[in-house]
Every structure is written in C-alpha cells, then in structure tokens.
Design a protein around this ligand. Sequence first.
Ligand SMILES: Nc1ncnc2c1ncn2[C@@H]1O[C@H](COP(=O)(O)OP(=O)(O)O)[C@@H](O)[C@H]1O
Ligand SMILES: [Mg+2]
Length: 218
Amino acid sequence: MLITFEGIDGAGKSTQVKKLKKYLTENNHDVLVLREPGGTIVAEKIRDLLLENKHDITPIGELLLFSASRAELVQHTILPALEKRTVVILDRFYDSTTAYQGYGRGLDLDVLQSINAIASSGLVPDITFYLDISPEDALIRKFSEKSIPLAFEENELDRMENSGLGFYQRVRDGYMKLAEHNDRFVLLNACDDPQVLHHKIVKHIVSLFSANRTSTEI
Ligand SMILES: Nc1ncnc2c1ncn2[C@@H]1O[C@H](COP(=O)(O)OP(=O)(O)O)[C@@H](O)[C@H]1O
Ligand SMILES: [Mg+2]
C-alpha cells in the first residue's frame, strides 16, 4: 500500500507521518517512510545538487532533477518494497510537483502530468492525505517553532504578503483542486488537534485495508 502526505510546509505532515508509522508498526505491518528528494545513492547526489543552493537552476531544470530523483526512488526502493507488501509512506510525492511547480510557478499542467507519470512509472498512491492550512497560519507555526516573539509576526506577515504568501496561496488553491478531482485524496483540516487528525487518518487506513482484503478475497 502506498500512502502519501501532502500540504505546504508547516501543515503537520511529518507529525502525522510519525504517528502513522508508529501505529502501523505496532499493528505488525512492515513500514517504510521515505522523503523526496533522496533515498538512493544517485537520488542523494541529485538532492545535494538541488539543496546546495550554490547553483543557478532553471525551473525546468529543477523539475527534471526532482523527477530524476523520483524515478530512481520509485524503481530502486518503492516498487520493490510494495512488491514485498511493505506499507510505504511518502512525505510528499508528485502531487507536490503539480501544486508547487504547476499551480505555484505556472509550469504547464499537462506537461507536468506526463513527467510525473514517467518519473513514477505510472504508480498512483492508494490514498493521499492533504493537510490544509492557510499560508498565514503555517507561517505562524514556523515562527512559534523558532520562538520569535508575537509582536514580530505581524511585520513579518506584512512583508511576506507581498512575496511568499501569494505563491503559497496558489499552491494551496492547487492542492484544493487536486483534492476535488481525485478520489484518492482525503482533505483534512490541518488546524485540528494532532491526535484528532491521527484518529481520522487511522480510520481511513483501516477501511482501506479492509476494502483491499475484501477485493482480494473476491
Ligand atoms: N495539528 C496541529 N496543530 C497545531 N500544531 C501542529 C499540528 N501539527 C503539527 N503542528 C506543529 O506545527 C509545526 C510543523 O509541523 P510539521 O509536522 O513539521 O509540518 P510539515 O512536516 O508539514 O512541515 C511543528 O512545530 C508541529 O509541532
Ligand atoms: Mg516535514
């Protein structure tokens, strides 16, 4: 089973991935958690290139590097794990590419869809949890993580509104469109209590497991 988590930075993906991994492991499932880019020798080298920040990479170059890293991970790690019936949890997958590079940066959505399908060998997640949060609330979470005093936040929010927030709003709108048009998406309010979110996620996973069991029995 392939489970993916999506949402802008600060939405709570890593928090929920950790809780779900613990739950599934305690319930005797083999679980593999992966984060892109990286995960194989070649994909790690691509990760270094992308994150080193010392190279000027064009948006298309960036897209293709992310996709190359994804292709390596899918072929060398994800497909073999799924073959062994391991539950694979991905903290972001190609929906991030669609939301960020497509809706956020304005790259052609049809082109992205083709590249995404090639990079992932046509693999589609069984379920995708989208944690929805406003860019403003996500920013406030980041500030509180770094213990920046509250009085500072409003100035910073004003400054971000002119640049970053517009981009993240487009990304959020893009995710909402994806959630509307794909049955595998589960839309979650990222501002719910983490434990409440975890219980909702587990409920969906349990019903997916039982649906899969029924379909193999038939
Ligand atoms: N449901 C939630 N409600 C409030 N705060 C949360 C919630 N989920 C996560 N957080 C906090 O928000 C911050 C970002 O969470 P994280 O899981 O790292 O997000 P992401 O991986 O999506 O960037 C962390 O400080 C985390 O403790
Ligand atoms: Mg994270």
